[in-house]
Design a protein around this ligand. Structure first.
Ligand SMILES: [Zn+2]
Ligand SMILES: [Zn+2]
Length: 283
């Protein structure tokens, strides 16, 4: 039995060894690339905490992660060109072409519903999630939060929202040129083949918080159960519905012939399978 090897990288597809394989017919069939995405405003703002840590490491000092940084000097250039955002866009194109090998995952899902998100990740990677692994993973989540690796105070969701809000405040103070540069970047999300990235693009253009309905988590994990009412516009639970409302299910349901039409086709098929009656032959 072969073991699994996991590599962690921040590379865009054009520099990623696994993705180089994807461009050729001789793709390495066993490679799976799980791309971790998040609200780019949060990822950009996170730099203000990570940059001092990196500086300390480079200077040979002991790095200390604090959440009290006021260094925003990197913001204007990140608004013009965010590597995280560009990578998401590039990987989404590859995900569209090679859905078996590349899949986008969202940090928000791991924060909101870690169990479903981990199950989805394991399913995509083809890793068996034995009964002891998942509880151990879930137990680690709050521990990590307590130690402030995710955000201060242990509530990562709040932290993510706060960061996005701070980015919006900073953005509002930027020059028109800088704001236009940010919008150009966001437009790329809007036109992404990944439906969630395009929803995110829309929200970012409207300067809204990224507050997605619950069913997105299970849908992204490919563990969802489609809502049978939503495609006909009859679901009253809207964003609170625990069944999936993703458009992909809707189009499938819309293409499905009606019950009446299916019964008619069945009858016709049965009639055609029957032995022709003498009457039928004579006519
Ligand atoms: Zn779904
Ligand atoms: Zn519903």
């Amino acid at each position: 039995m072969w073991g699994h090897t996991c590599y962690l990288s921040k590379l865009p597809p054009e520099l990623h060894p696994a993705a180089v394989g994807l461009e050729t017919p001789l793709a390495l069939l066993d490679e799976r690339v799980a791309v971790l995405c998040a609200d780019p405003r949060y990822l950009i703002m996170k730099q203000q905490y990570m940059l001092p840590v990196l500086k300390a490491i480079l200077a040979g000092e002991k790095p200390e992660l604090t959440f009290e940084s006021n260094d925003r000097s990197f913001l204007p250039s990140a608004a013009q060109h965010s590597e995280d955002l560009q990578n998401m866009v590039a990987w989404a194109k590859l995900e569209y072409r090679r859905p078996q090998q590349v899949k986008l995952f969202f940090m928000e899902d791991f924060v909101l519903e870690p169990e479903t998100a981990f199950r989805g990740l394991a399913k995509f990677l083809g890793l068996p999630l034995s009964s002891d692994v998942l509880p151990a993973l879930l137990q680690r989540m709050p521990q990590l939060e307590m130690r402030g690796l995710f955000g201060p105070g242990g509530n990562e969701r709040q932290h993510m929202e706060e960061q996005a809000k701070q980015f919006e405040v900073a953005l509002a103070g930027f020059s028109n040129d800088l704001q236009a540069g940010w919008q150009d970047q966001v437009q790329q999300l809007l036109h992404s083949p990944n439906p969630r990235l395009s929803v995110m693009g829309r929200l970012l253009l409207d300067h809204q918080r990224w507050d997605l309905p619950r069913w997105w988590v299970a849908h992204s994990a490919q563990l969802c159960r489609p809502c049978t009412f939503a495609p006909r516009g009859l679901c009253r639970n809207a964003a609170l519905c625990s069944f999936c409302h993703a458009d992909e299910h809707g189009t499938k349901a819309a293409n499905r012939p009606s019950k009446k039409e299916r019964a008619r086709r069945d009858r016709r098929r049965q009639a055609m399978a029957r032995t022709p009656s003498p009457q039928g032959l004579s006519s």
